[in-house]
Design a protein around this ligand. Structure first.
Ligand code: ZN
Length: 233
């Protein structure tokens, strides 16, 4: 069986999404990439999480062709592939419909940074993509979802470990599949806290620049292991 360790890790990342309460039924998916092999391991489509085993993971190449596996890959595979091709530093991607992050996605509102929890991860608001056009939706929808994400990232000055897809939900990434799942849990927590914060004070202002920068750059120097600079995307 190809990529045994990566299969285990991708399975672990998918189960982490469940453990953190980020997925309902079979919603959500996580994948990981072996850059030297040019191969991606992703959860199969529609299999209950409690039944998932390493051998159920699907191995594809960078075009989405199945290299090993009897099951169909997650229908979001094409989105993951666009992210892997565009963000060379990442090694894992996760997608959920976790409730609070999805609520912000549906409201099509970036999540403002109100405190240091978010500042540790995002150098600004959690971005949201543009609404996809009818042509994009009727065409190669999942691939175009990836392109919508990449377009939104290009307007950012600094790296981000995740994004909200308008009217859909969050995608996160990281150096490996487990870190992508971790970032999915963090993003859900940030979305929940921001929702409560704006409920408590409708006119609340984002965190000040000095405190935001202090927290962000404590964790994200030039040797940062996730997040992309403008040049890289
Ligand atoms: Zn989805």
């Amino acid at each position: 069986m190809l990529l045994g360790n990566l299969r285990q890790q991708v399975l672990g990342a998918n189960l982490e999404l469940v453990r953190r309460g980020l997925v309902l039924y079979t919603f959500g998916n996580a994948s990981g990439i072996s850059r030297p092999d040019g191969l991606v391991v992703i959860k199969p489509s529609g299999v209950p999480y409690e039944d998932l085993k390493p051998e159920h993971m699907v191995v594809t190449d960078m075009t989405g062709k199945i290299i090993e596996g009897d099951l169909r890959p997650s229908s979001d595979l094409a989105t993951h592939l666009v992210l892997y091709k565009t963000l060379p530093a990442i090694g894992g991607v996760a997608h959920t419909h976790s409730e609070c992050a999805t609520a912000w996605s549906q409201a099509r509102r970036p999540i403002p940074c109100f405190g240091t929890t978010q500042a540790d991860y995002f150098h600004g608001p959690v971005p949201v993509t543009d609404v996809m056009t009818d042509d994009e939706i009727e065409g190669e929808y999942e691939k175009n979802t990836g392109h919508a994400i990449v377009r939104a990232l290009r307007t950012l000055d600094e790296g981000t470990p995740g994004i909200l897809v308008a009217n859909h939900g969050p995608f996160t990434w990281g150096p490996d599949a487990m870190e992508a799942a971790h970032n999915a849990a963090i993003l859900e927590s940030l979305a929940r806290m921001a929702w409560i914060t704006t409920t408590l004070d409708h006119e609340v202002q984002p965190i000040g620049r000095a405190l935001h920068d202090k927290h962000y750059f404590r964790k994200h120097g030039k040797d940062a292991y996730y997040g992309q600079t403008k040049e890289k995307i």
